[in-house]
Design a protein around this ligand. Structure first.
Ligand code: FAD
Length: 375
């Protein structure tokens, strides 16, 4: 099987490289990306996206990551909420939200997890009670990425507490300026305010902000999760982490030995390089399935599991590569790549938790992939 670029994909790769060369570092980089439709590369053209195939999105992400440019585009709006509205939203919801996501005017946060509901998301307790044309929401969400900078929140709340737990849940769009919404950032061990708690106290949300049917939000919510888990960018970022380490191993600072000459380092770096190739092929398997119109299931879990655990191995190797300097936080110290190794190491811990923990992925592989009975 040839997993290289087809002639069309190779031409597209060249187009992306030329675009990056022309616009990189320019003050209008974001505008140029939006104009090209690459802010939302997966969206259909009729909604202002680029209508790229999954393979083309992979090429775009790969080239952006190679150049160290984050591939977030419009954040959760373009990655998760927009695609969900395209499938389940009303025409009014699409018209109200999609153009503003595309212009980069509105940022979205995800309010799913709660202090007592993560892996077992369907046990969520945040309540929404109907009152005329509105719902009144009370409860708490946690681990909401970048919510402190968001304008709107897509969230799940329980509308029927007596129903079986996957039923009785409704999917809401909430303007974060609504009275009763408060957001408190949490500092991670990497010393970053990456995620937040969101509190809802008698928050009144118009019924027209429900996506799909009332009490049937679980199915809308899992559509959003499918978009989150497709994991196209993961292996790409892994390759980039590896390239940074190889540069370090090939060269030496004045007075240091070249690490790449040491047998132990050569073996360890060779192992990481082989694993990064495996991660890339696992990603390729997922995207070729998507390209054929299939929905990857345990295949996506295999890729997510392997790639995020590899990200931790790469971060560990990199930290050790810098010796004692590796533990420096100081961004002004070139000896430890400006503190990048320490931050990447601490940051990599969360990779095997976000979007479904490694244990949950292994359960999926065991049951749906290997056909083993549930424990
Ligand atoms: C970087 C990052 C970003 C995130 N962003 C968001 C966000 O924007 N919005 C949002 O809503 N949430 C977000 N989350 C939350 C994330 O979805 C949850 O952390 C995740 O689903 C795990 O839930 P939990 O933390 O409650 O852990 P728990 O579910 O309590 O799990 C605790 C431990 O028990 C294990 N475990 C649980 N169930 C099983 C089982 N059935 N079999 C075997 N082991 C099991 C888990 O693997 C884990 O080791 C984010 C998390 C991270 C790390």
């Amino acid at each position: 099987m040839d997993l290289g670029d087809s002639p069309q994909e190779a031409a597209f790769r060249e187009e992306v490289r030329a675009f990056i060369r022309e616009h990189r570092g320019g003050s209008r980089w974001r505008d140029a990306l939006i104009e090209k439709g690459w802010f939302a590369p997966a969206w259909p053209k009729e909604y202002g996206g680029a209508g790229l195939t999954v393979k083309e999105q992979f090429v775009l992400n790969e080239e952006l990551a190679e150049q160290g440019i984050p591939n977030f585009g419009g954040g959760l709006g373009t990655m998760m909420l927009g695609p969900t509205l395209l499938v389940h939203g009303t025409e009014e919801q699409k018209a109200a939200h999609l153009p503003r996501i595309l212009k980069g005017e509105v940022w979205w946060a995800q309010g799913y997890s709660e202090p007592g509901a993560g892996s077992d998301l369907a046990s969520l307790q945040t309540r929404a009670v109907r009152d005329g044309d509105e719902f009144v929401i009370n409860g708490q969400k946690i681990w909401s990425t970048a919510a402190q900078w968001s304008h709107w929140i897509f969230m799940l709340a329980r509308t029927d507490p007596d129903a079986e737990k996957h039923r009785g849940i409704t999917y809401f769009l909430v303007d974060r300026r609504t009275p009763g919404v408060s957001i408190r950032p949490l500092t991670t061990m990497a010393n970053q305010e990456t995620f937040n708690e969101i509190f809802f106290e008698d928050v009144r949300v118009p019924a027209k902000h429900v996506v799909g049917e009332v009490d049937r939000g679980w199915y809308i919510g899992t559509t959003t999760l499918d978009f989150e888990r497709s994991g196209i960018g993961n292996a790409v970022g892994t390759m980039r982490g590896l390239h940074g380490m190889l540069e370090r191993a090939r060269e030496a600072a004045p007075g240091e030995t070249v690490l790449g000459r040491s047998a132990a380092w050569r073996l360890e770096l060779a192992d990481r390089a082989v694993e990064a190739q495996v991660a890339r092929q696992l990603s390729n398997r997922v995207i070729t399935m998507q390209a054929r119109g299939l929905v990857p299931n345990h295949e996506a879990s295999i890729s997510k599991l392997f790639t995020t655990e590899l990200r931790q191995r790469i971060a560990r190797t990199e930290l050790r590569l810098y010796g004692l300097y590796g533990t420096l936080w100081d961004a002004s110290r070139p000896e430890a790549n400006k503190g990048r190794a320490a931050t990447a190491y601490l940051d990599s811990v969360s990779a095997t938790i976000a979007g479904g923990t490694s244990e949950i992925q292994r359960n999926i592989v065991a049951t749906r992939g290997l056909g083993l009975p549930r424990g």
